[in-house]
Design a protein around this ligand. Structure first.
Ligand code: SF4
Length: 356
């Protein structure tokens, strides 16, 4: 098995994965149809962890699987329903006071369970300069917008100079009060969290970063250093995770994940139920099982981590809204329908449509 040098290229093909001992030649042959349909990207830090014997909690997130070719009839290309709320390219305006700004459609890694897997990947790239101008003009023209959420793709794959230009333009929009960034970069490409990148986020608008991580093993030494750099810059950090079969579908795995976050000064925030993205059935738990897991965390887990918002996408909630388990546990049903408090709200759990 070849050791990867630091800052080695990202592995982007089945042959890259075989060359680095992450899959066998026979597996590569069987996975060819998966690679034709969905992008592959395994960054050096993740490849090193996998080569070093990381558990299936890590490999299942990043290595392709033939089950991705099975599309359940309920799965859909846009499972969280972005398209109807997208008035101009790059903007998703679902709630009055906040909007998503999707700067790029590429990521450092391609997660096998990605809820935007039909929209991200090589060749989909970034907003053009004209499209970015139009997106910022839309934000300027809507004074009720208070918060912008940079998402993608992964906004932190963008060069610091471009991030700084964007931040400067957002800082100048007087009605904005906050900027949120949803990213996986601190854990999967920590070398990108440079002093230059941190400096690019300075200025009037306070920045909050939500780090997407699903397993404690994602926080290796480099990721910990990257997280510390953000903390030391005074940027509030929150965790967002997806409940995934074969990754974190147990009380010990979730406890370990959320404790690791807290130890690094990342406040666990979202736990998303798996979305109905194509080819992800093998990752998704029944809603009732997800609820039972969240309830079971109450004993072993610090109250600091129990103030989670558990979210389900509109597509999942459509399937579940008449089920007794959903009604019993849902604080606020998808779409904002009547509140009915139950045992889940006792531990600060509230279901709502996910926004990212
Ligand atoms: S980083 Fe986020 S958007 Fe990119 S592939 Fe993973 S889940 Fe999808």
């Amino acid at each position: 098995m070849t050791a990867l040098p630091r800052l080695a290229p990202t592995l982007r093909s089945l042959s890259d994965l075989t060359d680095h001992g992450l899959i066998s030649a026979a597996e590569a042959e069987a996975l060819a149809p998966v690679a034709e349909r969905y992008a592959i990207a395994v960054t050096p830090v993740i490849a090193e962890a996998l080569q070093g014997g990381a558990s299936s909690g890590l490999s299942n997130q990043f290595l392709p699987d033939s089950r991705e070719l099975i599309t359940h009839p309920d799965e859909r290309d846009d499972p969280i329903g972005d398209a109807p709320h997208s008035p101009v390219p790059g903007i998703v305006h679902r709630y009055a006071d906040r909007a998503l700004l999707k700067l790029v459609s590429v990521c450092a890694v391609y997660c096998r369970f990605c809820f935007r897997r039909e929209m991200v990947g090589p060749g989909k790239e970034a907003l053009s300069p004209d499209e970015l101008d139009a997106a910022l003009a839309y934000i300027e023209a809507h004074p009720a917008l208070w918060e912008i959420i940079l998402t993608g793709g992964d906004p932190l794959v963008v060069a610091p100079r471009r991030l700084h230009e964007l931040k400067t333009r957002l800082n100048a929009i007087a009605h904005l009060g906050a900027l949120r960034i949803h990213t996986r970069v601190p854990v999967v490409a920590p070398e990108r969290i440079t002093a230059e990148l941190v400096a690019a986020l300075a200025g009037r608008l306070p920045v909050h970063i939500l780090i997407h991580a699903n397993h404690a093993e994602e926080f290796g030494p480099d990721a910990r250093r990257a997280v510390a750099r953000l903390v030391e810059a005074g940027i509030p950090l929150f965790g967002q995770s997806v409940l995934l079969r074969g990754v974190n579908d147990s009380v010990p795995a979730l406890t370990d994940l959320f404790r690791t976050m807290l130890s690094l000064r990342i406040k666990p925030h979202y736990l998303h139920h798996g979305d109905l993205a194509p080819g992800t059935t093998h990752f998704r738990l029944p809603l009732a099982e997800g609820m039972a897991l969240v309830r079971a965390l109450r004993g072993p887990l610090s109250g600091l981590a129990l103030r989670l918002i558990c979210s389900i996408s509109p597509a999942v909630s459509e399937k579940c809204r008449f089920r007794r388990i959903s009604l019993r546990l849902t604080g606020r049903a998808a779409g904002g329908s009547p509140i009915r408090r139950g045992s889940a709200t006792d531990i600060g759990t509230l279901l709502k449509p996910r926004i990212d």
